[in-house]
Design a protein around this ligand. Structure first.
Ligand code: PLP
Length: 235
């Protein structure tokens, strides 16, 4: 299968998994993570109907957002201070914020671009040392600082599950959803109403993420790799 066909295949599966989970497919946005392919790969996915793309490197998101301004670009990678102006220029949503000095710089860059930058806060639910993000207990105080920044809109939470077990992944996603609900209930109404997104689930675990309430799933290999082996989905 080529990229266009794989994109169609995944998006049909997403609709089916939503149905089985009792959710409307409109509630779940499929982000095609195009970090391993060049512009031709993005072009193929667009031809199959993709409108949302994710990148984890500032140079890549800048180049591709410039070439394909008709689709929406998500920044899902590690944030470096000096690249924040570039990221803010290209990204509609930044998924990977967890440091206050980055929040402040994003706020300044967003002001320069006369925009309100949407961000998600990355949470290390599993506590794995190799993963970035805040510990769950740190998230509410962090968000309470972020919402003071006028050009930032805190739209929800993001996590990555440990690889290897869909059972563990599902527990991690359930943990993120519980934290999300807890935080939403503590935010003042004007901020709670913007706090709507749960970015969780990748090629190997997106069905579990949908079952636990994901609103954004980030799928790379299942769309863009020609050697991805699909497993039998269980939910
Ligand atoms: C690469 C990446 C993905 C996509 O992972 P796949 O396993 O290829 O689907 C999702 N989220 C983040 C943060 C990534 O870096």
């Amino acid at each position: 299968m080529g990229i266009a066909q794989q994109y169609k295949h995944v998006s049909q599966e997403v609709a089916e998994v939503c149905k089985n989970a009792g959710r409307s497919p409109q509630e779940v946005t499929l982000i095609a993570v195009s970090k391993t392919v060049g512009p031709e790969g993005v072009h193929d996915a667009i031809s199959a109907g993709a409108t949302q793309f994710g990148e984890n490197r500032p140079n890549q998101i800048m180049e591709k957002a410039y070439l394909f301004p008709q689709v929406t670009w998500h920044f899902i990678g590690n944030i470096q201070s000096r690249r924040i102006p570039d990221i803010v220029e290209s990204a509609t949503l930044i998924h990977s914020l967890y440091q206050l000095h980055h929040a402040q710089k994003i706020n300044e860059a967003a002001y320069e671009h006369s925009k309100k930058q949407k961000v998600l806060v990355e949470v290390n639910v599993s506590g794995e040392e190799s993963k970035s993000g805040l510990a769950p207990a740190e998230v509410l105080p962090f968000i309470q600082e972020c919402v003071k920044l006028p050009n930032l809109a805190v739209c929800g939470l993001m996590t990555m599950a440990p690889a290897g077990s869909t059972t563990v992944a599902r527990e991690v996603f359930a943990g993120l959803r519980e934290l999300f609900e807890e935080i939403k209930s503590q935010l003042p109404p004007e901020h709670a109403s913007l706090f709507t997104e749960l970015s969780m689930g990748m090629s190997d675990d997106w069905p579990e993420a949908i079952a636990e309430g994901a609103t954004l799933i980030r799928v790379g290999r299942a769309i863009f790799s020609d050697s991805y082996e699909e497993k039998a989905f269980t939910c």
